[in-house]
Design a binder for this molecule. Structure first.
Ligand code: NAD
Ligand code: IPM
Ligand code: MN
Length: 350
């Protein structure tokens, strides 16, 4: 019987609320498929900060390193601490564990209404592959003359040929396994150093994937096209920041942020990969018991896939789809079910 060691990092706000429910579903799916989970909670974040004066223990990366995977809720508690502090451990974790492939599928499930008129499930089925280890998220820069009128800030993005090629390769492979279309999103008409490195890498790699039709769009056109004709897109590959922005939009097109899962993968499996909803800690609804747990549940299905438990993962996805198709809804989707009651429906169908 397979046993997996999973680190739970539920975080702040609705993070713990949705992770609790995802764990119920995970455990039920694993029971059915004869695998065992050893779950270890890491109660880090703002509450931890209030007790210990820091958001995570100094050796938090060491503590996480030995796990098979990490399941994260969300971090950030703006009423207590500024975001650039609370989010730093998360960004550092993605980079330290070289989780360079951030995979964010956006599929409109049957029964859900799209915010766009006339768009149905067959129109919205795409995956954003976000470069997750460098780009605009490296912590390089500084501020000069703080507080003075002539104060200045410099923030540098960093794109390496190796980093760009490996994420493009990952996205090409994914596109080949899907509908065979890859769209690279940059802004090389204005940012002529970094994103032309991307353009050139795309040209170099494309001949290796004759089954894939690759094209590129500038980010401004891409957001417009995502709204105008979402059905055009299959796999989108983008830098760290563009990928972040595109995945909130993609999540909305697929029914809302409460549904959007993601995986931060280290494809070489040298480090644990991490699975988390695209959404944040939602302070506006935290503590009310109404958060939609679907994004966290589908993220845990992505985790099971990654661990080699494809059937358990498929069962979870199917149970979620049937729950939504049956009309069960949390308030973000116009329903009245709380986080736990919605999960009860998923469990019943599982
Ligand atoms: P958010 O994603 O937390 O919330 C945006 C809106 O979507 C809110 O109205 C919220 O109520 C709603 N929403 C989000 N998830 C939902 C769910 N599961 N069910 C129902 N409604 C949901 O974004 P924000 O408000 O901009 O950020 C809040 C905090 O989270 C900030 O500190 C931000 O930096 C942080 N954040 C963290 C992550 C992460 O941990 N990966 C991601 C995004 C934002
Ligand atoms: C996300 C979030 C994070 C990001 C924040 C919390 C740093 O928005 O996971 O999409 O920008 O990567
Ligand atoms: Mn984001």
């Amino acid at each position: 019987m397979s046993t997996y060691r999973i680190a739970l990092y539920a975080g702040d706000g609705i993070g713990p609320e949705v992770i609790d429910q995802a764990v119920r579903v995970l455990e039920a799916a694993c029971r059915r498929h004869g695998c065992t989970l050893e779950l270890v909670e890491h109660p880090w974040g703002y509450a931890y900060y209030q007790q210990h004066g820091r958001l995570v223990p100094e050796d938090y990366l060491e503590q996480l390193r030995g796990f098979d995977a990490i399941l994260l809720g969300a971090v950030g508690w703006p009423p207590g601490l500024p975001d650039h502090l609370t989010l730093a451990p998360l960004v550092r974790l993605r980079q330290a564990f070289d989780q360079y492939a951030c995979v964010r599928p956006a599929r409109l499930l049957p029964g859900l209404r799209c915010v766009l008129a006339d768009k149905e499930p067959r129109h919205i089925d795409l995956v954003v592959v976000r470069e997750n280890s460098e780009g605009e998220y490296v912590d390089v820069g500084g501020r000069l003359r703080p507080g003075r009128e002539d104060e200045l800030a410099v923030q540098t993005a960093l794109h390496t040929r190796q980093g760009v090629e490996r994420i493009l390769g990952f996205a090409f492979e994914l596109a080949r396994s899907r509908r065979g279309r890859l769209t690279m999103v940059t802004k090389s008409n204005a940012q002529r150093f970094a994103y032309r490195l991307w353009d050139e890498a795309l040209l170099r790699l494309a001949p290796e994937y004759p089954q894939v039709q690759a094209d590129r769009q500038h980010a401004d056109a891409a957001v417009m096209n995502l709204v105008r004709m979402p059905e055009y897109f299959d796999v989108i590959v983008a830098s760290n920041l563009f990928g972040d922005i595109l995945t909130d939009l993609a999540g909305l097109l697929a029914g809302g942020l409460g549904l959007a899962p993601s995986a931060n993968l280290n494809p070489q499996r040298k480090f644990p990969s991490m699975f988390e909803p695209v959404h944040g800690s939602a302070p506006d609804i935290a503590g009310k018991g109404i958060a939609n747990p679907t994004a966290a549940i589908l993220s845990s299905a992505m985790m099971l896939d990654w661990l080699g438990q494809a059937q358990a993962a498929a069962d979870i996805r199917s149970a979620v789809e049937r729950t939504l198709a049956a009309g069960h809804r949390t308030p973000d989707l116009g329903g009245t079910l709380g986080t736990r009651a919605f999960t009860d429906c998923v469990l019943e169908l599982l």
